[in-house]
Write a protein that binds this ligand. Sequence first.
Ligand SMILES: [Zn+2]
Length: 400
Amino acid sequence: MRILALSLLACAAFAQSRTVLQTGALLDGKGAVLRNQQIVIENGKIVSVAPARRGQKADYDLTSLTLMPGWIDTHVHLHWHMDANHKSVSGGVAPDEMALFTAADAWMTLQAGFTTVQSVGSSFDGPVRDRIRDGVLPGPRVLTSLIQIQGTGGGRGQQHAWTPEELRAMVRKNKADGADVIKLFATTGLGAGGGQSMTDAQIQAVCQEARLLGLRTVVHAIGDAGAKAAVLAGCNSIEHGTFISNETLDLMVKRGTFFDPNFLVLHNYLDNRGSFTFTEAALKTLQDGLAPTADVLRRARSRGVKIVFGTDAVAGSHGRNAEEFIYRVKDAGEKPMDAIVSATSASAEALGMGRELGIIAPGFQADFVGVTGNPLSDITAVRNVVFVMKDGVVYRNLAR
Ligand SMILES: [Zn+2]
């Protein structure tokens, strides 16, 4: 106990002290490249970014790295893990085990350079989020929906279509239980075809009630009809969006709706197929989902949709979140800088934290990821994470 207390004290003291980083290449999160800067950090925040002055000593020499704002993953499932036999587990085990795996997945995600995640979401996220926030458990900053809202429910054999009033009450309870964001399903999954699964009135009830309470809404939508209904209902973000039409993309630009396409989840299922229980037909559907994902990302980018960075990380993906950068660049032809801005300032804006996270500038949180190599010329450099700082505390440093 005394050891724990002492180490916490040391941790807190470290975060409050003044730290200077000497950088080589620096990507500021908004699209600019700076060189040879010194970053001064106090109390977990950046206080200055300026050209290095001769003789000014730095605490960390990061001149051999490319330094970026800590990455943000706007769509993960922290509780969903692999068991000892490398089989996918998303429920049905003891709560203490689920909570520990949630914490372990959070740790792997932080070590991979992601200093903020939005988990959408399970009840196990709440206690893990709180302990990370309090500085007693290492992990990324976690925002969570705690639950996922569907159009029907009520138990086995008694499927009941929720009334708009019931859905509004559900949103209020979710907020009271501590949710940071509301997650809803406007459509079925990719395997079932992605047809609209909540009525327009149901989607409106959830997104309007959340807005009244000051909460954002992120909407699972595979097909176009459900996505369009969510955009028209004023929901904040469309997740997956595999088959969104150009008309709906244009509507998203007009409404300021964020778009969160996800490659890693499909590749992860295919690469770890032995860990899940997919039929051959389901595997083909996942494989067939890759080309439309690349296509919709290209169409969304060319139309000026606000594109964020989410992986839909499930069992097998935690700690590999950065693979999404590589799929985006190699399979969808994204510019590396666009993908990096997407995972930093654009995602911070989508989380309502655009003035705190995602940019390297005075006043922002001291969240950084440093990689060897230059991701602008070779995107696979995102795999080489050697430095991670969150709120001014170093959680990984292989740069020495
Ligand atoms: Zn998901």
